[in-house]
Design a binder for this molecule. Structure first.
Ligand SMILES: C[S@@+](CC[C@H](N)C(=O)[O-])C[C@H]1O[C@@H](n2cnc3c(N)ncnc32)[C@H](O)[C@@H]1O
Length: 247
């Protein structure tokens, strides 16, 4: 794994195995995590006193760490429960040396506990990082969750984490007002969400590329994607399927 400085100054990494960066180097690792995942998730759940978050996949941990920072800065009374599957145990072990942005410095002990204990706990926070295939983890996980940060490698390189069946498991885990955030704007991704009962929204703003938010509840804060129109205009488009991937 190679560390790479992204355009907002924060470091991300490059995976030779997937031939992909862990974050958009153009949007910036920290900026991308904030704009595509953390801000929408916390804003859409404003007023709640407890948030249950699924963080797919832990990777360098930006989404989990930035959730802690955001909570600490804007809504310190919220308690957080985060569950994050990650396949690569060696990557997790290497995070003690990762050059994180300064704002993560107060969370060094969190990283250290995740590396050594597989999680972190205090009176307002519970984090579990499981070394497991996210697809398997989502089949096994139970309960009702408020947020899913869908942040796997791209549908091209890691298609199993973008299928209709996979999002069926995510749908089962999301409460009625649950929110899925993702950087992917691929029609196949949006179809897989739509086919599982999600409304699909465009997350667009200054300083980052378009992204997607999905929720079963109506969101007035975001522009709804007219999926029936998209389907009519792209009759050949299909969601990715586990079966078509030979499983
Ligand atoms: C785009 S990176 C995640 C970035 C991360 N959210 C962050 O903030 O740093 C994708 C991660 O998915 C992991 N991964 C790949 N396939 C997986 C699978 N089937 N289950 C769980 N993790 C997987 C990779 O090891 C990598 O760490």
């Amino acid at each position: 794994m190679k560390w790479v400085q992204s355009d907002d100054g924060s470091y991300t990494a490059y995976s030779p195995e997937y031939n992909e960066h862990y974050h958009s180097t153009k949007d910036g690792a920290l900026n991308e995590s904030l704009k595509k995942h953390i801000e929408p998730a916390f804003t859409l759940h404003k007023g709640k006193d407890h948030l249950r978050i699924i963080d797919i996949c832990f990777g360098l941990g930006f989404n989990t760490l930035l959730s802690l920072y955001y909570r600490g800065t804007y809504c310190p009374d919220i308690t957080l429960e985060i569950y994050s599957p990650e396949l690569n145990g060696d990557l997790i072990a290497s995070l003690v040396d990762f050059p994180y942005p300064d704002i993560f410095e107060p969370y060094r002990n969190v990283i250290n506990d995740i590396v050594t204990l597989g999680g972190y706990e205090d009176e307002r926070t519970q984090i579990t990082v499981d070394i497991i295939d996210a697809r398997v983890a989502m089949r096994q996980l139970e309960g009702e969750w408020d947020v899913c940060y869908q942040d796997a490698f791209s549908p091209q390189t890691n298609p199993l984490l973008w299928t209709k069946e996979y999002f069926g498991d995510i749908s089962r885990l999301m409460g009625g007002d649950g929110v899925v955030t993702t950087y992917s704007t691929a029609l196949a991704t949006r179809l897989a969400l739509y086919e599982n009962g999600f409304n699909v929204y465009l997350n667009r703003g200054e300083g980052y590329r378009n992204a997607t938010i999905a929720s079963r509840r109506e969101l007035i804060e975001y522009e709804k994607v007219d999926m029936e129109h998209k389907i009519a205009c792209n009759p050949e488009a299909k969601s990715l399927r586990d079966k078509s991937l030979g499983l």
